[in-house]
Each structure stands twice: as structure tokens, then as C-alpha cells.
Design a protein. Structure first.
Length: 262
């Protein structure tokens, strides 16, 4: 009995349908990116996709989220302004306290400066950092492809060599070029073609479409055979059997089921 399932033709057919299912899933997911509007509907965090680039993140909060069947998007923003200001306050307080130890202005200034040097001037060592992360997932019936876009901006307020800005940008998607028209242009939200598979969801969608395609093919075959038989033709090869009296098709040899007609 189990050998029936090892039939090479069946395996090849199953593989073809699975491939078809996977391709359909990707096409549907990418189609959703273009066609499903995702106007932010709530500020509540809906998904907890892991961010890859989370180590350097200041505390971040979701600023907008939109989830619809087929497409979901969530934007995050965070900065370290509070941390930066707290550190500045801490250093200057310590320096002022140190300066109080002397009445001589020159010594007082040296004590102040030494303290700042030993603790590190936040403006030189600690960049003001802001980070934004855009997470998108698309796919139907399940969200199956994911993309994350991270933008980290660092500003060094002052410093002998490090003054300036730095920007890190990384994405696991493909930016939709401007010449392709898509719906969210007016919201100034850039959409990306997600390239990162969410394995479980991808497998489930692939199976869903594969079963759907196999069912469709089976139904078509059955329908075709039924129509041929009704027209008095061989269900197997469409050969005209109206003049045939034997129990087998003269063209392909298939057995002819006894007809109910007289
Ligand atoms: Zn036949």
C-alpha cells in the first residue's frame, strides 16, 4: 500500500504543485504590497517581529501600525535624548562640585576641566542617536514575506575629530522605485518589496495554494471526462464511440463503462 505514494509520477506532480503554490504565494504577497492600503489605523503594537538591528536601539516605541488582511506595516521610532541630557547633567554636576574645592579661579577651572575629561564629555563621546524602523509583512492568507528597514542617525554635537553626522541604513527589502505608481505615495511612506521569508507562514501558504491548484486541476479533469462521456466519446482520448459495440475504446483501449442510455 505505501508504495502507491512512492509513485514517481505522483511525487513529480506533487513537487510541481508545491512549486506552483510557492510562486503563487510570492506573487500574491508582492501584489498585496501594491494593492492593500495601509493607512495607520491604530498606535497599538500589533506584531512583535524581532528587529535584527536592535542592539544599539534606544528605547523605541511604535508610532504607527496598520494591519489588514494581506498587508501589515508598523513603524518605530526612538532616540536617546533623555539619556544624553541625563549624562550631561551628571557630568556637569560632578565638575561643578569638584570646582567648589578651590577658591582660586585657575585651580577651580582646572578641577572642573579634569573632572569633565575623566568622566568624558558626552558631547564628544556620546552621539545623539535617533533610530527609526519600518516593518512590513505581506501575504495572503497569512503574512508570509517580511521586510525591515532600519535607519539610525547619529549626531556628534562637538568633539575634536568626531563632530558630524553618521547614518546607518539597512533593509531586507527592495525599495519600490518612484516611477512605479502605488497608493501610499501621498502618505510619504515608502513601501518595499519584502524579500525575507517567514518560514512557517510561507510553508502554510504554499500548501494552501498547492492544494487549491491540485483541486482545480482534478475538478477540470473530472468535468472534461464527464462531458466527453455524455457526448458519446471516450472519456480517455475523446474518440467517437457511437459506432463502437465492444466494451473497449478502439483508439486507446480504455474500458467503456456501460451506458445508461438506450
Ligand atoms: Zn479512447
Amino acid at each position: 500500500m505505501p508504495t502507491r505514494w512512492l509513485n514517481p509520477r505522483l511525487i513529480v506532480r506533487a513537487c510541481i504543485f508545491l512549486l506552483l503554490g510557492a510562486v503563487t504565494n510570492v506573487m500574491v504577497a508582492w501584489g498585496c504590497v501594491f494593492w492593500i492600503p495601509a493607512t495607520p489605523s491604530t498606535t497599538k503594537s500589533v506584531h512583535t517581529w524581532p528587529r535584527h538591528n536592535s542592539a544599539d536601539w534606544p528605547k523605541a516605541s511604535a508610532i504607527s501600525a496598520a494591519t489588514r488582511p494581506g498587508f501589515s506595516r508598523e513603524a518605530w521610532y526612538g532616540d536617546n535624548t533623555d539619556e544624553f541630557v541625563a549624562r550631561m547633567r551628571e557630568v556637569s554636576q560632578a565638575a561643578v562640585n569638584a570646582a567648589r574645592n578651590s577658591d582660586d579661579p585657575a585651580t577651580s577651572f582646572r578641577l572642573y576641566k579634569d573632572t569633565v575629561d575623566s568622566m568624558g564629555d558626552p558631547r564628544e563621546r556620546m552621539p545623539l542617536r535617533s533610530a527609526s524602523c519600518d516593518q512590513m509583512a505581506a501575504g495572503w492568507p497569512l503574512l508570509s514575506l517580511y521586510c525591515e528597514h532600519v535607519l539610525v542617525d547619529e549626531v556628534f554635537v562637538s568633539g575634536p575629530s568626531a563632530a558630524g553626522t553618521r547614518r546607518f541604513e539597512s533593509t531586507t527589502g527592495w525599495n519600490i522605485p518612484d516611477w512605479i505608481p502605488w497608493r501610499d505615495r501621498r502618505l510619504n511612506v515608502r513601501r518595499r518589496i519584502p524579500l525575507e521569508p517567514l518560514p512557517l507562514e510561507l510553508a502554510a501558504n504554499t500548501a494552501f495554494y498547492a492544494v487549491f491548484a491540485a483541486g482545480l486541476v482534478m475538478l477540470t479533469n473530472r468535468m472534461r471526462r464527464h462531458l466527453r462521456r455524455r457526448a458519446g466519446r471516450c472519456a480517455n482520448c475523446n474518440y467517437d464511440l457511437r459506432a463502437t459495440t465492444t466494451g473497449a475504446c478502439p483508439e486507446c483501449g480504455a474500458a467503456i463503462p456501460p451506458r445508461a442510455t438506450t
